[in-house]
Ligand binder design. Structure first.
Ligand SMILES: Cc1cc2nc3c(=O)[nH]c(=O)nc-3n(C[C@H](O)[C@H](O)[C@H](O)COP(=O)(O)O)c2cc1C
Length: 247
């Protein structure tokens, strides 16, 4: 491929060339037959724009606010785990990129830089993504650390009561790096001779009993706004809006 990449597909190709297979597969892969991953891409292709003519577009401003915070575009950086597998500076670098573009960054619980490192890297609006662990006290501690370090909201992930069966990770016998926020709290040293260490770790630590009542628990331990991340059906969307109306 010649010169600099000009679109996301070309960045993806470069990543494939640059990263060890195990790490590339982690970032690029989905669960099981990867049906949803493929369908998400297809769904975007089905969206066709209807450009209206003779509209003055000499000055375009896509900025808006999310939870009252200014963002240069109506998108956020979704929290994704373990950025140091892709670059030695990890989430700190992502934070700088987000700050430079004035977009909000979601920091994953399972980051390879600490909450504190990311907070002190640069200015920027950041939300902290929370996985609720069986050891609730550790999750509560994460929320406090996010609060103390200026994060503006909690993104509560609710669509991962069980880790997805990521077949590429199983084949690659994916090894978990040190998850910095959990250093000294959760050992990444899990034995899973059969496959992915990440999946084994997630299965051992995530609280799969998480339910609607736990939103109240989270509210009781933080003053930060809570965004529920991973609503996948209209029914749950409706239930969630009723819940927020009641509170
Ligand atoms: C490599 C990778 C790691 C992810 N890690 C997390 C995570 O740690 N926490 C989380 O809540 N979501 C995680 N996600 C899910 C994303 O935040 C996002 O919800 C998902 O990728 C769907 O958005 P997309 O269609 O733009 O990829 C991860 C996704 C990918 C691809």
């Amino acid at each position: 491929m010649g010169d600099d990449p000009v679109n996301l597909n070309e960045y993806q190709e470069l990543a494939k060339q640059a990263l060890p297979k195990m790490y590339y597969d982690y970032f690029a892969g989905g669960s099981e037959d990867q049906h949803t991953l493929k369908e998400n891409v297809e769904a975007f292709k089905r969206i066709t724009l209807r450009p209206r003519i003779l509209v003055d577009v000499s000055k375009i401003d896509m900025s808006t606010t999310i939870l009252g915070y200014k963002t240069s575009a109506p998108i956020m950086i979704a929290p994704t785990g373990m950025h140091k597998l892709a670059h030695p500076e990890g989430e700190v670098l992502t934070a700088r990129a987000a700050g430079a573009c004035n977009v909000i960054m979601g920091l994953s619980s399972v980051s390879t830089c600490t909450i504190e490192e990311v907070a002190s890297s640069c200015n920027g609006v950041r939300f902290f993504q929370l996985y609720v662990l069986k050891k609730r006290e550790i999750s509560a501690m994460m929320v406090k650390r996010a609060e103390m370090n200026g994060f503006k909201a909690i993104l509560l992930t609710v669509d991962t009561p069980k880790p997805g069966r990521r077949e590429a990770d199983i084949k690659n016998k994916m090894i978990a790096p040190q998850l910095k926020n959990f250093e000294g709290l959760v050992s990444t040293n899990v034995e899973d001779d059969a496959g992915s260490q990440i999946e084994a770790l997630a299965a051992r630590t995530l609280d799969s009993s998480l339910s609607w009542k736990d939103i109240a628990w989270l509210k009781s331990i933080t003053k930060l706004p809570i965004l529920v991340k991973g609503i996948l059906t209209r029914e749950d969307g409706k239930a969630m809006s009723l819940l927020s109306l009641c509170n």
